[in-house]
Design a protein around this ligand. Structure first.
Ligand code: FDA
Length: 313
């Protein structure tokens, strides 16, 4: 169903009307702003409300260097702004390696991420995980930079819908991770994948999520886990397991998408847990928004109604 919605919304006709007021209004429930300055203002407001933030400049799947260079320039100013505003304690940057050239040049991507890390100062840099065709290269780059070049502020994401993730966690992370300087984001996974790669249904994905979450908590001496989900059942089970294991509230966090289930977000903070919002910004919001729309059917109704002719008053 989710994949069908995504293909329909990728239709060129719908994309062409994407600038319509209705879809823009919907977009800015989930996207901070189109520009950096307004995004920094929103970040400050959210920090005042006790949120942690991971900020993401939108843009992915670039297939030429011009787009990557533009992207890099923005990431450099983002880092500069976070440092100048003294926000690095609460704000990390999330990015996708397909924004740095992974679709066409491995060495170039590695070099780009090294440059970002070289100037990052205290800002943590978090790698989002993309579709399975990019996972091996993503882990290779992570491995070189985190474990060979020893960039301590580099973090990574795991996707619970993949059969391979448990092995990746064991072999690519737990076997190498000695000090506690790694945040691992655990999410369910958002891409269209073939059936031989992913667990067959919601129930089995949730079971694998919980199994991985427990393994992360069991390795709390090596890892700072970030549970990225809006699934209240999973959240409760993770909280219970952490308490059972005597893990204190500052040793892990939850993560949610900006704009998704704000009441639940506030509740988690009021209970004393850490919550980091994934906060995207930038002009390239369409692809991000269609993934969010596909996750919530009522958003589709909202859009369908918005395409009806407006009544003349
Ligand atoms: P699930 O889809 O089961 O939803 C649980 C509940 O949340 C349901 O009640 C649902 O209705 C509600 N909900 C979910 N999305 C909603 C929305 N848009 N609007 C309103 N309600 C909504 N994926 C990936 O492949 N690579 C990555 O790097 C990341 N990074 C990432 C970071 C963060 C901070 C988050 C929260 C998520 C990701 N994801 C991701 C996306 C993730 O894989 C997944 O697709 C979504 O989070 C939805 O899955 P849930 O775990 O929320 O569960």
């Amino acid at each position: 169903m989710k994949n069908l919605i995504i293909s329909v919304l990728n239709n060129p006709f719908l994309k062409s009307i994407a600038q319509s007021k209705a879809i823009k209004k919907l977009a800015f429930r989930y996207v901070a702003a189109e520009d950096l300055q307004n995004t920094i203002n929103i970040i400050k407001e959210l920090i005042n409300k006790n949120f942690f933030i991971t900020v993401s400049f939108l843009g992915e799947h670039f297939n030429n260097k011009d787009k990557v260079e533009e992207y890099l320039t923005e990431i450099y100013s983002l880092i500069k702004n976070i440092n100048e505003n003294d926000l690095s304690k609460n704000v990390s940057i999330s990015l996708k390696l397909s924004s740095l050239g992974l679709l066409f040049d491995f060495e170039y991507t590695l070099d780009n991420l090294s440059k970002i890390l070289d100037i990052s100062g205290n800002v943590k840099i978090h790698i989002d995980m993309e579709d399975s065709s990019l996972i091996d290269d993503t882990f290779k780059i992570f491995d070189i930079l985190k474990y060979e070049k020893k960039y301590s502020n580099l973090d990574i994401t795991l996707q619970a819908y993949l059969y391979r993730t448990d092995r990746d966690l064991n072999e690519k992370i737990l076997a190498k991770q000695n000090t506690n300087n790694l945040l691992i984001r655990l999410c369910k996974g958002a891409y269209k994948e073939s059936y031989d790669k992913i667990f067959p249904n919601k129930k089995s994905i949730n079971e694998n999520y919980l199994k991985l979450a427990m393994k992360l908590i069991d390795n709390i001496d090596k890892i700072y886990p970030a549970f990225a989900t809006h699934d209240i059942n999973l959240i409760k089970k993770i909280q219970n397991y952490a308490h059972l294991k005597g893990v204190s509230y500052d040793k892990f966090e939850f993560q949610m998408l900006y704009g998704v289930l704000p009441k639940l977000q506030n509740k988690i903070i009021s209970e004393g847990y850490r919550l980091r919002l994934y906060l995207p910004y930038g002009k390239n919001w369409y692809d991000y928004i269609i993934r969010r729309i596909a996750e919530k059917p009522s958003n589709i109704l909202y859009l369908l109604f918005s395409f009806l002719p407006e009544k003349n008053s």
